[in-house]
Design a binder for this molecule. Sequence first.
Ligand code: IFM
Length: 458
Amino acid sequence: MTDPKTLAARFPGDFVFGVATASFQIEGASKADGRKPSIWDAFSNMPGRVFGRHNGDIACDHYNRWEQDLDLIAEMGVSAYRFSIAWPRIIPEGTGRINEPGLDFYDKLVDGLKARNIKAFATLYHWDLPLALMGDGGWTARSTAYAFQRYAKVVMARLGDRLDAVATFNEPWCSVWLSHLYGVHAPGERNMEAALHAMHYTNLAHGLGVDAIRQVAPQVPAGLVLNAHSVIPGSDSAEDKAAAERAFQFHNGAFFGPVFKGEYPADMMEALGDKMPKVEDGDLEIISQKLDWWGLNYYTPMRVSANPDASADYPATKDAPPVSKVKTDIGWEVYAPALKSLVETLYDRYELPVCYITENGACYNMGLDAKGEVDDQPRLDYYSEHLGVVADLIKDGFPMRGYFAWSLMDNFEWAEGYRMRFGLVHVDYDTQVRTVKKSGKWYSELAAQFPAGNYKSA
Ligand code: IFM
């Protein structure tokens, strides 16, 4: 483990150290003040979709405890908070009526951050699509992209004067492939044609969202958060290397291509183009507007080998075995060098603006010990190792501007329910008591040193 002071010396004084959460994962109060169901309320209440049929009805009760939670961030000395806004609180049916009490909640939250001198990094979409939009096909419908644009305008008109940064989407890979192709996330579809429609309309919604931000609150730096995959071939064979390139195009190129190059990957389109929706004139220009920043969420590498099955869908790959023996409790390989090579590869292939690591962290499920403390040394080691890589990237000249730990506190881990814990802060779901873990204390010692004196502003 690295001493926080030694590590701090490797970051510029204006580097942003923050913590991250998302609305559905922490807020609870799913029926309060005019909120209507999202696709995750429906999905989590269906048998067999989420572990233990856990749902977001109460979660961390953050909707009622937000002041205490912001106090906790401030006490930890953390100076930035990345949170998401729940579309079903703002426009409960997705289109139509605007729900003022929903806007009031985020208004108070942002004021609360400002009062505590904490930077506000908002995400407009972290997967809680208003359920009513499924009537039109959800993300497989072009109309959802325009509904998102209107929602983005409404939010930015109300909060834009106080936000430090805004992202349109969190991890479109999850709300597209994991939700419409692999069936793991809401709405649980397994269909390539549907997934390709969701891909294009999500990309379009991102571009229309950027338009909305620039029209209503042009002073707020606009970005997009991507969980880019560090794709590593399972062997040196030509087949596995080709498989890794296909996987790169499918998992990364499907989003980075249109957003940062104004085009979909050619091989992918050759293989899957007949299942694509119509890409209308002007769509790619809307999608590829210049961004002020981008966010990288990184946890684990993706190792692939070629799938010899001739009938396998593009990208025709199989999982290859992990190299590192260290795994987190959710089963993800711990391998920090992949973060370094991922950033290098992405800056090599695309013209990218400045970067924030908008999520990084580890799942370990240890609870309170007899002394009422949580000794989560493996999480602390994970942070220490990955932050060392971020410092190396800075040393190598990459424009890394900040780092957000995922997550501030244990929360609803999607299909895994509450059994998987990513928090720096432990949550007792019976009592809602928050306990800062050993990793949280360590992170706080590091983060509290920022912003440091004499830093140059961006
Ligand atoms: O909990 C999620 C988060 O919502 C998005 N990024 C990955 C995290 C861990 O799975």
